[in-house]
Design a protein around this ligand. Structure first.
Ligand SMILES: [Zn+2]
Length: 70
């Protein structure tokens, strides 16, 4: 059975692990309608637009509309 030739120091192991588990900055893309940075594949939190599929109402506005109808 293959065995490691030498023991790896804690620092070596830690740096190797950190290279794979490091938290990366979120990949932001500009919103096509308002131009503000947004997460890809998600509705824009600023204007509620989702890609070129039109405006998706934000949850707060939707709740206000529901309360007005009742
Ligand atoms: Zn937007």
């Amino acid at each position: 059975m293959a065995l490691p030739k030498r023991r790896k120091s804690h620092a070596k192991v830690r740096t190797r692990r950190q290279a794979t588990f490091r938290i990366k900055a979120a990949a932001l893309s500009a919103c096509p309608s308002c131009g503000k940075p947004t997460l890809p594949h998600r509705a824009c939190p600023h204007c509620g637009n989702y890609g070129d599929k039109g405006v998706v109402l934000r949850i707060r506005e939707r709740k206000q509309k529901k309360s007005k109808q009742q």
